[in-house]
Design a protein around this ligand. Structure first.
Ligand code: AMP
Ligand code: MN
Ligand code: MN
Ligand code: MN
Length: 296
């Protein structure tokens, strides 16, 4: 569908479209292939879906092909990891050109870092009795997938290491736990600039989920904006309406557009597809950006 200019789809519909601009597939730590994810999103009432796998855009072309077949709108995306004052921060890139050389180079170096870290996590888990943890975890995702601690928590849960994935994560993979390996991601500015170089919209992902106090969240938003950030997620899953309103106020203060996304990985978590992710009144939705583009 043609979507040039900043009209956005809402202008041609009598009711607001249902956007979900943050989701994961087997190209990283989601449980569904991009095709299955697009079909499931459609079944759950999502009308515009962005695939935003961790540090890889490898699943986007499959999601777009599925979108064409099922007549579902797909936005190209990625969720990039960076370090800011020692905290792991996630920047979503929306409407990225996946083939941009700057982005391709970053994806390659992130993949090398992820593989080295995943091997180290695997070795530590072996010491706790989980034989071939690295190989078995990799086998659950797509070939060449970006392996995160999310993949490991799914693996640990599958082999019966705990009653839930969250339990496995907090007992083995969280900071201070036996298989925790500190990441070595690039800084915030490098990541934001790479999204911009790929023609994408840099979006600060889930600002309330970093265990930062309010002052630090405000510092993060300010630094993100100063690096060239253009939007922030104000509506996610597992969130009160008052939190969405507060985040929208912060976005407005810093002249950032507002995004929304469930961060869906699979059905065993509370981050679900198809939930109401509407943006509070007064916020400017990210799909009003002239850069926002539907691949199909
Ligand atoms: P990483 O980028 O390798 O540090 O892994 C981060 C991923 O781990 C997130 O994207 C989630 O998918 C997953 N994760 C984070 N916290 C938890 C948790 N408490 N329980 C289960 N999975 C989690
Ligand atoms: Mn994230
Ligand atoms: Mn994840
Ligand atoms: Mn995510």
């Amino acid at each position: 569908m043609d979507n040039d200019g900043n009209s956005g789809l809402d202008d041609v519909h009598l009711w607001p479209m249902r956007y979900d601009l943050h989701s994961h597939s087997k190209a990283s730590d989601g449980h569904y292939t991009p095709e299955e994810l697009v079909a499931l999103a459609q079944k759950k009432g999502v009308e515009v879906l962005a695939l935003t796998d961790h540090d890889t855009s490898a699943g986007v072309s499959q999601a777009v092909a599925a979108g064409r077949k099922l007549r579902m709108h797909v936005v190209s995306g990625i969720e990039l990891s960076c370090l800011w004052h020692g905290n792991q921060i996630h920047i979503v890139g929306l409407s990225i050109n996946c083939g941009a050389p700057e982005l391709q180079a970053l994806e390659k170096s992130q993949a090398e870092k992820r593989d080295a870290r995943a091997r180290e996590i695997g070795m530590r888990l072996e010491k706790h009795g989980f034989k071939d943890a690295y190989e078995n975890t990799k086998a659950m995702a797509a070939p060449g997938a970006s392996i995160t601690r999310g993949n490991y928590s799914s693996y640990l849960f599958k082999v019966g290491a705990g009653p839930t994935e969250e339990y496995c994560f907090s007992h083995y993979l969280d900071k201070g736990k036996p298989a925790y390996v500190a990441p070595v991601w690039p800084d915030l500015e490098t990541i934001v600039k790479t999204v911009l170089a790929a023609g994408g919209i840099p979006v600060l992902a889930h600002p309330s989920r970093y265990q930062l106090n309010n002052n630090w969240v405000l510092r993060l938003v300010r630094d993100f904006k100063n690096c060239g950030g253009e939007a922030m997620e104000v509506s996610s899953a597992m969130q009160s309406f008052s939190e969405r309103e507060l985040l929208t106020k912060i976005a407005n203060k810093h002249e950032l557009l507002c995004s929304c996304g469930s961060d869906f990985h699979h059905e065993k978590t509370n981050l679900d597809l198809g939930i109401d992710l509407s943006i509070p009144e007064g916020g400017t939705p990210v799909w009003k950006s002239p850069k926002f583009r539907l691949e199909c």
